[in-house]
Design a protein around this ligand. Sequence first.
Ligand SMILES: [Zn+2]
Length: 364
Amino acid sequence: MESLKELERCPAKTRMPSPYPGLCSFLMCNWPEVKTTAYDGEQASHEPVLKAMFLADTHLLGEFLGHWLDKLRREWQMERAFQTALWLLQPEVVFILGDVFDEGKWSTPEAWADDVERFQKMFRHPSHVQLKVVAGNHDIGFHYEMNTYKVERFEKVFSSERLFSWKGINFVMVNSVALNGDGCGICSEAEAELIEVSHRLNCSREQAHGSRRCGPGPLLPVSAPVLLQHYPLYRRSDANCSGDDAAPPEERDIPFKENYDVLSREASQKLLWWLQPRLVLSGHTHSACEVHHGGRVPELSVPSFSWRNRNNPSFIMGSITPTDYALSKCYLPREDVVLVIYCGAETKLLHLIMPVSDQKKLEK
Ligand SMILES: [Zn+2]
């Protein structure tokens, strides 16, 4: 599939509110249908489907910013939503596209350990479900505040793997904060890793056509990769984004700053040349957007998963095969509606438990 045309939105009723965040919405979410028959000349073969869930920008609050009640409420909401999604939808792999934490960029070792512990509890998952996380600027700092210590402590918890292949599908996970292009130590290392991944992908492609022999080591599946990163590839602004979870209209025309809001043009071009992805998924903007790079490579900005950043969080469900994919969006309930329901339920409960005489006094 060459475009995101098949990004199905859950039907409107999936946005039904629920006093138990997540349940009613998720009940209506289904894995999108994808074509599973591939043709190699005359030969037809059946391709396995990987069920992948993509979410972004959970921003677990740290010790400095945000009220403790805010922290408690948002983390409880995200935990319930994630656990409900795991239980009902049974994904095989979950990708979190950066900014897992809000204060990883400056947190002390103690605060970091506390944040990690809460993350591991909230996003606990059975061992057969893989959880993969890419780094965001709030996890390791913007380029000017990023250092080896912060990158290493992030990778110690979430691993430093750049390439993940499963069921014949390649995912490339990029540390997009390190693609500033100024030749800093971490940046040079990140570029070298991506070039190495690019060689391995090219080698598999070429060997499949019998034109080159690859060196030792396992051969990668012959399939264009899915690129996963925190910063979106370069786009001028969100002016062409639409939908009820796109950026607010008054913000859409504000020009994006390279290496701050989006990757630079140069870094974006390099990623497209080196990796030749068939699909790009990114976070960072907290809002949804669908764009096509060079008119052919689709990119989806995944909105924030936290009610702290938006009233209508969501995540993406992907049915992916080595040659095709289909995506759908699953909305969590709107927070304002959930709050109205809580208040309504509380009033009703008060009426049920209060003696009739007291109720009359209250009504006066
Ligand atoms: Zn970010």
